[in-house]
Design a protein around this ligand. Structure first.
Ligand code: MEV
Length: 306
């Protein structure tokens, strides 16, 4: 049996903008998907998806998931005409939008295949294979999600460039809150592309500010100036609202987190549902924000970045 793990992720700065080569800041979170691959008689593959999930997520993503697994198997290069494999997905990462669930599963499956078929794939190869798998979910992914899922840690990610690690003094508590809405990242990305073509001047201004913001946020993280990081996350949320990828449920959760003392809060990932992230240094603040979210009937995840 082969086993592999892929981390969930949170984008702190510049989802969507990252698709166009603008720098982004992403962190792995302390939750992961674990894949097991077992060889069986026959040919082809079967899937047993036991991940905890937002209701409706697995059903909605089933077709993309099947396409993704086919792509991963092709990219790894295993021949399933004379052997069959059973893929089991488990772990403590909730399969939901905005948290890197698809990327985590792609990385986990690639790693499990590598172990089962003694391929000794490097992290760079795993990342490349997971990127192929991500195409089924995203169309034209930037690669930010699979990169965080593969390497872990806090990263400065620019499409097509080598990753840079951001080291910070100590990990920071965050809260992620799930709107419960399953979102289609491919459609969200396509919507931005369309609107950008229609309003080039407006989008150019927004994209320029997003780029500047990333550099300031990186410095603030390195300086451990978390108040500034929070303010920049708030501004980043406004830019994401301006390109129309937020929604009223995300805006509500962002407001709620801020009212309860979060240093900053924003949507995270593809948007139009999915998750938001709040910066909540210290266990006490983190618990306060998580409690407020749960009181309103939403799921809150407490974890850390860096
Ligand atoms: C999704 O987690 C992040 C997006 O920027 C898409 C991508 O980077 O491929 C929305």
């Amino acid at each position: 049996m082969g086993e592999g793990k892929g981390y969930g992720k949170v984008i702190l700065i510049n989802e969507h903008f990252v698709v166009y080569g603008i720098p982004s800041i992403v962190s792995a979170i302390e939750k992961a998907t674990v894949a097991r691959v077992e060889r069986e008689e026959g040919s082809g593959w079967v899937l047993d998806d036991r991940r905890p999930a937002t209701p409706g997520y697995k059903e909605e993503k089933l077709e993309q998931q099947r396409d993704s697994i086919e792509r991963i198997i092709r990219a790894v290069g295993v021949d399933l005409s004379r052997t069959s494999i059973k893929i089991t997905l488990e772990g403590d990462l909730v399969a939901a939008s905005g948290i890197g669930a698809s990327a985590a599963s792609c990385v986990a499956i690639a790693r499990a295949l590598s172990e089962e078929f003694n391929l000794s794939l490097t992290d760079d190869q795993i990342n490349q294979i997971a990127y192929e798998g991500e195409k089924a979910y995203h169309g034209n992914p930037s690669g930010v999600d699979n990169t965080a899922a593969t390497y872990g840690g806090l990263l400065w990610f620019v499409r097509g460039k080598p990753i840079e690690r951001i080291s910070i003094r100590r990990p920071v508590e965050i809260v992620m809150a799930n709107t419960g809405l399953v979102a289609n990242t491919e459609a969200a990305v396509a919507g931005v592309r369309e609107r950008r073509q229609k309003n080039p001047a407006k989008y150019e201004r927004i994209f320029k500010e997003a780029e500047e913001l990333a550099y300031i946020a990186r410095k603030a993280l390195v300086d451990y100036d978390l108040r500034t990081v929070g303010i920049l996350m708030n501004r980043n949320h406004e830019l994401l609202q301006a390109i129309e990828v937020s929604c009223k449920e995300l805006d509500f959760l962002v407001e709620l987190a801020r009212e309860n003392g979060a240093y900053g809060a924003k949507m995270t990932g593809g948007g139009l549902g999915g998750n938001m992230v709040a910066l909540t240094p210290g266990r006490e603040l983190q618990e306060r924000v998580a409690r407020a979210i749960r009181r309103e009937g939403f799921e809150a995840l407490v974890t850390r970045i860096g």
